[in-house]
Design a binder for this molecule. Structure first.
Ligand code: ZN
Length: 375
């Protein structure tokens, strides 16, 4: 409680004495970076209804509010990976045409921009989008690229796209997506990701693919340390990941914590998602604060805003309410995020400087040294 009061005072001071009830608008107005958001977990419920009507898809329910429990975790539901993943089962039925894939891409980007996200890396799994349309991966990925460019310029947001592959699917499927991603770099693909069942499918199965990504200079982020322990994070770093999706179980291994600090590895932390999937019990139990305090470069992300029923601003508010982290800490995480963007180095530096100037204009307060260390 004492911690929360102190934190609340800090917010009020930083928000020019706004009342606590205005904290959410302060967070909403804050320019933000998001590095870890899945297209497939970010759709609008209203859009699902409209697509269902247009394409004659039978839904378990026909209004936004009654459909919500099928695609979003409700407060009284158990928190488990199985329950979390069950929400994607309905969503997978919707990718029926180029028009739909482009529409949902545009909307996800518009929604992020409306939350004042100024730079977002949006990831998507070509296989998931392609299950029904069944086209060449390059074609499907290019639809996302086209729609993303259009939405980014219409909504004053910079967007990079990450092609995700699943551990539990074959290397051939991953390779197919990877080749298409490489071929479409000029269209907006900035990196690759490995997601899916972490516990039973080691990253080493995909080593050859990440060696090529490194050689080609494609950004590498890997989901690790969520459903498997620190050794999974270590393996992801060994195959070349400079960013780790989640990585929260790093906290179990002090040597690994030190290694991440020394190498400047960035964790894309998604606290609400971790609670919703049962990976951690509650936000109060979440290792984010410990990792950040230990000097690990941590960033805050939503993962799947539809499933968790959140915006990135909501995520910031929850973290501030449940931990001792302050608004300044969250601002520092934004700068760390900008410095970890999968962009050419000059663009990445310009983005980070822009955020530094917004948050800590010269002659306010000094940043911690690690904020400025170059990756
Ligand atoms: Zn994720």
């Amino acid at each position: 409680m004492i911690v929360n009061s102190a934190r609340q005072s800090a917010v009020i001071t930083e928000a020019n004495h706004h009342k606590p009830s205005e904290t959410s608008s302060v967070l909403h107005n804050l320019p933000k970076v998001e590095l870890h958001r899945h297209l497939e977990g970010s759709l609008r419920i209203e859009t699902l209804l409209s697509i269902a009507l247009e394409y004659d898809i039978t839904l378990p329910s026909v209004t936004a509010e009654t459909l919500r429990p099928y695609v979003q975790l409700m407060p009284d539901e158990p928190r488990s990976m199985q329950q979390f993943l069950s929400k994607f089962a309905i969503l997978r039925q919707f990718y029926r045409s180029e028009a739909i894939i482009k529409r949902v891409t545009r909307e996800v980007i518009a929604d992020a921009a409306a939350d004042n996200i100024r730079y977002m890396e949006l990831r998507f799994t070509p296989k998931a989008l392609n299950n029904i349309v069944n086209r060449d991966y390059k074609e499907v990925i290019n639809w996302v690229c086209e729609a993303a460019r259009e939405a980014a310029s219409a909504n004053n947001i910079k967007v990079g796209l990450i092609v995700a592959m699943n551990r539990h699917e074959s290397l051939d499927i991953a390779l197919n997506a990877f080749e298409a991603a490489l071929a479409l770099r000029e269209q907006g693909i900035v990196g690759v990701d490995l997601a899916g069942q972490e516990a039973n499918y080691p990253v080493s199965l995909f080593r050859s693919l990440f060696e090529r990504a490194q050689a080609e200079g494609l950004g590498i982020t890997i989901h690790a340390g969520e459903w498997a322990g620190p050794e999974s994070v270590r393996s992801a770093v060994e195959v070349g990941a400079t960013r780790i999706g989640h990585g929260i179980r790093t906290i179990e291994d002090p040597e690994l914590v030190q290694m991440l600090v020394e190498r400047g590895i960035v964790l894309e932390v998604c606290p609400s998602s971790n609670v919703d999937s049962g990976a951690v019990l509650s936000l109060k139990d979440h290792p984010l604060e410990k990792l950040y305090t230990a000097g690990v470069r941590t960033t805050l992300n939503t993962d799947d805003p539809l499933i968790s029923g959140i915006t990135l601003s909501d995520e910031f508010a929850r973290v501030m309410a449940q931990t001792a982290l302050t608004l300044n800490d969250l601002k520092r995480m934004q700068i760390l995020g900008a410095r970890a963007a999968f962009l050419p180095s000059s663009e990445r530096t310009a983005l980070a400087v822009q955020f530094e100037n917004w948050f800590f204009p010269p002659a306010t307060q000094p940043l911690k040294p690690h904020d400025f260390a170059q990756t």
